[in-house]
Write a protein that binds this ligand. Sequence first.
Ligand SMILES: [Cu+2]
Length: 295
Amino acid sequence: MSKHNDLPTDPASRRGRGWARPLRLAGLAGGAALLAGCGIEQEQAFELLGLPEPASEQAFLTGDLWVGTWIAALVVGALVWGLIAWTSIVYRRKRHHDHMPEQTRYNIPIETLYTVVPLFIIGVLFFWTFQNGDQVLAKEPNPDVRIGVIGQQWSWTFNYIDEDVYDVGTAATIPQLYLPVDQRVEFQLNSPDVIHSFWIPSFYFKMDLIPGRTNSFQVTPNREGTYAGRCSELCGTYHSRMLFEVVVVSQQEYDAHMAELEAKGQTGLVEVPGRATFDPERVTTAPVSGSGGEE
Ligand SMILES: [Cu+2]
């Protein structure tokens, strides 16, 4: 407050003080809103409002919802900032008439507007959330590839169901999940211990792995490359090590990798253990349970 005493006191600068503060606040809020969208991948952060470049056919559904929601939020924000600035300028304290502006209470049209407009906004967001959610979760009866995913404390096991081979990571070695490009993949998710969440940020999708039930979803990777994967459900001491990599490759490279796993003797499918495995020693040094061909 004492700072204000240092300001020059000619009428022009006093007039300026009325709107400088709200405008500065509006600028800060706007800057914060934009900054919140940055950070994951700097290059495209601005365009995609923080999302990584999409790597699946279905990603645009979630991407559109994300960007659309931000646009809706910014329109509402701009309106609110505008109203704050406007009232601050028009109703700022004036030297000669120093009374309160007229107060409006129990104004039915305005109160109705206050109620209807937010309901409308939420209704539109609700509609698109459900619409896109349905499409993202849609499943076709015959996916090209089926992958069994087991999330165990604290790594991942991948069963290549159609090829009858598996791969398994430990908290010390990050496992790689190979997927053929442009093929519809069905993921079948299981957990032997606690709830984990299978998250591939570049697919704009994650789904929980819940002990005792099988969740599933389908996705079509459409860009070759290596993408980060992680567990996004706090699942215990070494949750942060529950990383994996998704390697999207051509069909030939995919087949070669399957042959490689077979040559390593990783044949058969890993079964979901019936109970929790809380032994960190076991998780960091050895596969959870390579059942080698048993059904
Ligand atoms: Cu986890």
